[in-house]
Design a protein around this ligand. Structure first.
Ligand code: ADP
Ligand code: MG
Length: 280
């Protein structure tokens, strides 16, 4: 593939990705925590224009993988590339103009108003031409995350689901070619779960590479272009939802009997954990 380069003061920075480009790539990635291997030989691609869902049981290594892709945890062996360059070749500020990360726990924001938290997403663009988009990006992110009703409230006083939507708005305001979301729907009601996944799909449709950790396999079936199932620190399988979400695989990976049905109109998979007879 031919890459366009533009010159910055210190080195060449790859041009922003176009739809179809791989924005993040893990190559033979092994990550240790407390000297224990948590990820083992992971190969993964995030593609501009697509939603990649990372699913798998608790402790499978999903958050560890997201943190390693974000450069927050070091590779023990193998490597991560962002827009074609190893993470080590990017400065922190360049990286934060290329990818935005929603961690599983939101530690940011206490002591700040909602508006201030969302504005933090614009910090990487200070003193660049894109700084003039700050107000528009913040307002748009607050609107699509449905948090305009409480912009002056203190972040700490919000409910868990409200905080989650504010944290997502911060990530969207950052306006990067890749977004990485760790369980963005975990604390949300049904309506907001759907809207968050619609936002993810819309961002992807506009050319963004989206990687999102999900527990709800129905959401993954409905909104993901690709799914990677992580189990015991390895990618158990990867592909389109219709290829990946089979009763055999899910029953095996989750150690729980699962039935996969098809929606009569859309053909999308409906995932049903089997329950004792009296519970249905
Ligand atoms: P997931 O997000 O898939 O639920 P994690 O990536 O958070 O899983 O965790 C994967 C494994 O790494 C688990 O066994 C977990 O206990 C372990 N782990 C997570 N964080 C740490 C840490 N800070 N120190 C040591 N082990 C950790
Ligand atoms: Mg996790």
């Amino acid at each position: 593939m031919i890459r366009k380069f533009r010159f910055s003061a210190t080195h060449t920075e790859p041009a922003a990705p176009s739809a179809g480009d791989v924005t993040l790539r893990a190559r033979e990635l092994t990550v240790l925590r407390d000297k224990r291997p948590i990820l083992d030989g992971v190969e993964l691609e995030v593609v501009a224009g697509e939603v990649l869902a990372l699913v798998g049981p608790n402790g499978a290594g999903k958050s560890t993988l997201l943190a390693a892709l974000a450069g927050d945890l070091p590779a023990h062996t193998g490597r991560v590339e962002l827009d074609g360059l190893p993470l080590a070749d990017w400065s922190t500020s360049e990286m934060s103009r290329r990818r935005a990360v929603l961690p599983q726990q939101h530690r940011l924001g206490f002591g700040f108003t909602v508006h201030e938290v969302v504005q933090m997403g614009r910090a990487p663009w200070a003193r660049t031409d894109r700084g003039r988009d700050d107000e528009r990006a913040v307002a748009e992110a607050m609107k699509i995350c449905d948090i305009e009703g409480f912009t002056q409230r203190s972040f700490a006083t919000l409910s868990g689901g409200e905080q989650a939507r504010v944290a997502l708005a911060r990530v969207l305001a950052q306006d990067t070619p890749t977004i990485m979301l760790d369980e963005p729907t975990a604390a949300l009601d049904l309506h907001h779960q759907e809207t968050v996944m619609q936002i993810a799909a819309e961002r992807a449709a506009s050319g963004v590479g989206v990687v999102v950790v999900l527990h709800d396999l129905g959401l993954a079936a409905a909104y993901a272009d690709k799914i990677a199932v992580l189990s015991g620190g390895r990618i158990a399988t990867y592909g389109r939802p219709d290829e990946v979400l089979t009763a055999e695989l899910l029953t095996d990976v989750y150690r729980h009997p699962v039935e996969v049905l098809q929606h009569p109109e859309t053909g999308r998979q409906l995932i049903l954990p089997l329950r004792p007879g009296s519970i249905f």
